[in-house]
Design a protein around this ligand. Structure first.
Ligand code: ATR
Length: 289
């Protein structure tokens, strides 16, 4: 019941029509009996900084930020968390004295999603497919969590080189190794975790994977695709065909929301409650696995 005590959170972005965030946050609020609503705010080009000011003036509890404002919004904040600063992207704003502090919950969300499946980064060799915005953030996460080595395979070697050198420099760890897609035969012996962070395989381009060769997939014990539409990607199929475990990215979406909710409300969401919200999300999106 919305009343005089209701706190408001929301998502700023453009477009915002297809977002699943209201479902995540309003389900959490309902299950935790918090008097809180979460709504989408479509912010037109050039208006993100005035939107942040307005949100502070309206005493909103917290905000998420999505495409295309994740880096632009940083200018309007009083503080930015260390990981978000390194990545250069903020997706969550938390109230502090005098304004909002920015966080990146996408990468901690990925980490918690992987941990919930028993997947570790610490001390592991990780195969990372891609060198775009998403892959760059994953590279920071892996370096931050103490991965032994991150083999960044990308179509454009130049881009992989630039991202690897930036992440190595900013984290003070020389653990990201840039490679081209066809160089996978140079990977260390044994089976590894692979994180799929290219846009190949994303709906409607569903029947492609960035590498098709079965010989590559024999080197993977676990494949994690950041894509969740479709919920079984070609990459996941190829990992499974070669005997590995494969996961889609919907739990990452879930946990980036849960971590934001925890920051806004000063609570911790249990693993059981997270799974209840996950079921609601899967049902709404008609995802079976
Ligand atoms: P995002 O924000 O989702 O990471 P992006 O920054 O545009 O999007 O990055 C897209 C990634 O998918 C890049 O790694 C890109 O490879 P290049 O750097 O070589 O462009 C990769 N990618 C996109 N289409 C591809 C294709 N057809 N074949 C191989 N890689 C592709």
């Amino acid at each position: 019941m919305i009343d005089g005590h209701t706190r408001t959170c929301g998502l700023m972005g453009n477009p915002v029509e297809h977002t699943m965030s209201p479902l995540i946050h309003n389900t959490l609020a309902q299950k935790l009996s918090h008097n809180l609503v979460y709504v989408p705010f479509k912010v037109e080009e050039g208006k993100i900084l005035s939107a942040v000011k307005g949100a502070a003036a309206l005493n909103l509890l917290g905000l998420n930020v999505t495409v295309p404002y994740k880096s632009q919004v940083m200018e309007g904040l009083v503080q930015v968390d260390g990981l978000a600063e390194k990545i250069g992207a903020v997706n969550t704003l938390v109230r502090t004295e005098g304004g909002f502090k920015g966080y990146n919950t996408d990468m901690p969300g990925l980490y918690r999603a992987m941990s919930s499946e028993g997947i570790r980064l610490e001390g592991e060799n990780v195969i990372l497919l891609g060198a775009g915005g998403a892959a760059r953030a994953v590279a920071f996460l892996c370096a931050d969590k103490g991965a032994a080595g991150v083999y960044m395979l990308n179509r454009s070697m130049e881009k992989a080189r630039a991202v690897a050198s930036e992440v190595n420099h900013k984290t003070g760890r020389e653990c990201i190794y840039p490679m081209t897609l066809s160089d996978y035969w140079k990977l260390p012996e044994g089976k590894h975790l692979a994180i799929q962070a290219t846009s190949v395989g994303l709906y409607p381009d569903v029947d492609r994977a960035v590498i098709e060769d079965g010989d590559f997939y024999r080197r993977i014990h676990t494949g994690y695709d950041l894509i969740y539409r479709p919920s079984t990607t070609r990459f996941m199929e190829l990992v499974r065909k070669a005997g590995g475990q494969a996961y889609h990215g919907l739990k990452m979406l879930l946990y980036q929301g849960i971590i934001a909710y925890e920051l806004w409300n000063g609570v911790s969401v249990s693993g059981e409650l997270a799974l209840e919200v996950y079921e609601v999300l899967k049902e709404k999106m008609n995802i079976k696995e």
